[in-house]
Design a binder for this molecule. Sequence first.
Ligand SMILES: [Ca+2]
Ligand SMILES: [Ca+2]
Length: 312
Amino acid sequence: MFFGAKSLNALWFIIVLFLTALVSTPVRAQSPELIVSISDTTGYPGEEVFLPVYIANFNDTIAGFIMVLTLSNEVASFQPSIITEGTLIAGWEYIDVRLVADAPRDLQITALADAYFPPIHTPGFPPQASQKLLLKLLLKVAGLHDTVTVRTIDIDIIPDISKTNFSTSDFRVVGLVTDTTYDTLWFDCASWFFDSCVTWVQIPGPPADYMYVDSNIHAWLDTNAVIFDDGSLTALIPVCGDLTGEEVIDISDITRLIGFLYLQGEPPVCLLAADVNNSPDGTIDISDITRLIQNLYINGTPLRCSFNSYEK
Ligand SMILES: [Ca+2]
Ligand SMILES: [Ca+2]
């Protein structure tokens, strides 16, 4: 079959359209390679709360990571400590947890399965199709007054490749994307020494004595491949004198306090709620037991906690 000039033009047009469609159409819907999720939780003012962080790594063994997390406000603060017992990184050879000095709301965790030279003794954890416990963060809830209205803090993973990245056992960063850009720079010689230029001056464009093409490599995380699901902590409003957490003050709260102080019993759900006579240094002692008894059974002496608003 032969094509005339017009037919050939039409054919080329169709080919170009087809190629354009190939280039511009997304290749396929991409499945995530790794998902890191932080839970949502609650805590009482003054309490230390462990917050689970989960991971699902679908394709590769994870053998190291750096992760920087940041807090959105002052409702809680990171403690420079994590729990690894019972998690995927239990037994890893190098784990470093520290607050970032110039950003005290940021926590940096660096972890390596095998920190030393081969042979590899600790190979990392294999692909997980379902979420598994990666580690537990430790946060301290601030001693918030009950008039504070903002009581939730966001705990976000910073999705910047220079701060947060997970690597495989062959040192590949999961979800890393790179791109190279080129920048043409033009120079004129400001002073010559015979045939050699002594001083170069950059100029906006040609004509020029010298041209240089600078290449820059940019790297970032593919957010379709690596997904960070951030978490939160909400500070509860405790009831002064309710040591058992059901928002009712009764004999069981006195029993709890006696047990805690003298019988190595279970601690109050909120320590701030146990200092019912609002001691200047927050001390919890027999005077708080006395105050509870007075309040419930003798003369109704009011309970006063550090977080309460009450009439003078
Ligand atoms: Ca109670
Ligand atoms: Ca007290």
